[in-house]
Design a protein. Sequence first.
Length: 188
Amino acid sequence: MSEFEDEVLPEQVSYSNSLRYRTKAGEIYVVGPISRFSTSFYSMREEVRRMLKSFGFSPPLRNIHCSVVARAAELYEFILRLADFIDSYRPEQVEVKEIAIAPGVYWGAVEAPRGILYHRYRVNERGTVEEANIVPPTSQNLLAMEEFSMEHLRKIGLVGGEELRGEMVKEVGKVIRQFDPCISCSVH
């Protein structure tokens, strides 16, 4: 995890306050349901995989419009796991311990619904955060949103590059909604 900031690099564009991210090799990447589908398909229950295959879905999903399929698969898997958990749940006594924060650099990542949320903090000897870097999923997907939107416009014959109007706005909106962006998160 400590290599994240070496492998994924931010870039600023003139028309937005939101940072965008590329791999060190300059590639655009996608985080979120489509990515999780590709990496977790074979760890899903057989029942879920069988249902997906019956509709012709298996990894990798190459069309961003299939993100709803990935979300549905996650939901189905979750419901099955939740039923098992409820059946076997036995409450435990939890002991809460106080911890001391030592000065240093701390980082973490969590797979949020929209994708990977990475964060890093530098903390001084008083426990005060002196530096923070938060890379939300929406920021990581911004370049892909732009690229896929233009690709979609070209594919359906509404050439990109000019100002978005009418039908173009509607079509770009279809692509953007597949990412479920949280713009306020991306401009923190």
